[in-house]
Design a protein around this ligand. Structure first.
Ligand SMILES: [Zn+2]
Length: 316
């Protein structure tokens, strides 16, 4: 018997990531218009697609989007979907100071709570970048799961803290700033495990790199049939190799809302539904099932030979 939890994580970045250019360069109003297209036009297209197939998705929404496009966000909430948070202005967390990171998390959660009346369960790091503090801070703020880390590609797991120790080899620079090689030649410290669950993120199951034109982290003009084939083969491999696994997709309205990509999603959903044991659900539901022992997962410590101990959430 197979058990496969399949779900869409939808990052409603809207204009947040375009207004915040990260490097002080000016925002381009045409890029901002793409973000507005995502919020104003495509949210409805995706809601319709999901409703047609009776799928509840997880929407990760920057607080900036929530405050700017409350009409669209209300429709998502009314559709019975999960809402998670995704920074304020789509900040790259790895580049924030500790104070900035705390302030952004607090404000994002406050805006979220004033909108929905409850604390978010999960979050996705904007652009999948985090800091060594992030897991500690999310835990401190009562968040239960993350969808940013990539320790596995089809299994849920308890998230390791990111206290990996900074290593600076300083093999470049002037002679005086160079360090002795013995200073950095040390193994990575054993990871400690947090209380957060990770629903694994994966650049290869994300619509941005293949389909977003015009920015240097992406290609923009891949044939949707090529991406569809890649995603299907990912699914097929997992189906052959694992009795239980998750298939979490990460998409963005301003990308996946274009007609040819919406049609790709229609084909993919129908294809996935042809497999036994498939259950579409939110990421929050995946985590709930994992915590109740209804789906097995991955154990980072055990894989590293650090601990033989099983987690309570791990199926015997
Ligand atoms: Zn995003």
């Amino acid at each position: 018997m197979k058990k496969v939890l399949v779900g869409y994580g939808i990052d409603v970045d809207a204009v947040a990531g375009w207004i915040d250019t990260k490097d002080g360069s000016r925002a381009d109003p045409v890029e901002i218009s793409r973000g507005m297209f995502g919020a104003l036009v495509v949210v409805d297209r995706l809601l319709k697609l999901l409703a047609t197939h009776n799928i509840k998705a997880s929407w990760y929404i920057p607080a900036h989007t929530l405050e700017t496009f409350p009409v669209q966000v209300s429709r998502i909430v009314d559709g019975g979907h999960e809402i998670g948070f995704h920074g304020y202005s789509h900040e790259y967390v790895s580049q924030l100071s500790e104070q900035q990171e705390r302030d952004v998390l607090r404000k994002s959660i406050d805006v979220f709570m004033s909108f929905t009346g409850k604390k978010p369960t999960g979050w996705t790091a904007p652009a999948f970048t985090t800091s060594s503090r992030t897991v500690h801070l999310l835990e401190e703020m009562g968040i239960q799961y993350d969808h940013s880390f990539m320790h596995h590609d089809c299994q849920l797991y308890m998230t390791p803290y990111s206290d990996y120790g900074a290593v600076t080899t300083a093999y470049q620079g002037d002679h005086n700033s160079r360090r002795n090689a013995s200073d950095w030649m040390k193994r990575m410290p054993d990871p400690k495990i947090s209380t957060l669950v990770t629903v694994p993120a994966n650049w290869h199951l994300d619509d941005w790199p293949p389909f977003s034109p015009g920015d240097n982290s992406s290609n923009g003009f891949i044939d949707p049939y090529v991406v569809e084939k890649m995603w299907k083969e990912h699914f097929e491999y997992c189906y052959e190799e694992y009795d239980e696994f998750v298939f979490p997709l990460s998409i963005h309205p301003q990308i996946s809302g274009t007609p040819q990509i919406i049609k790709m999603h229609q084909r993919l959903i129908e294809w996935v539904n042809g497999f036994d044991g498939v259950e579409w659900c939110t990421f929050e539901e995946m985590v709930a099932q994992y915590k109740r022992g209804l789906i097995s997962g991955f154990n980072v410590e055990k894989a590293m030979g650090i601990s033989e101990e099983r987690y309570p959430t791990e199926r015997k």
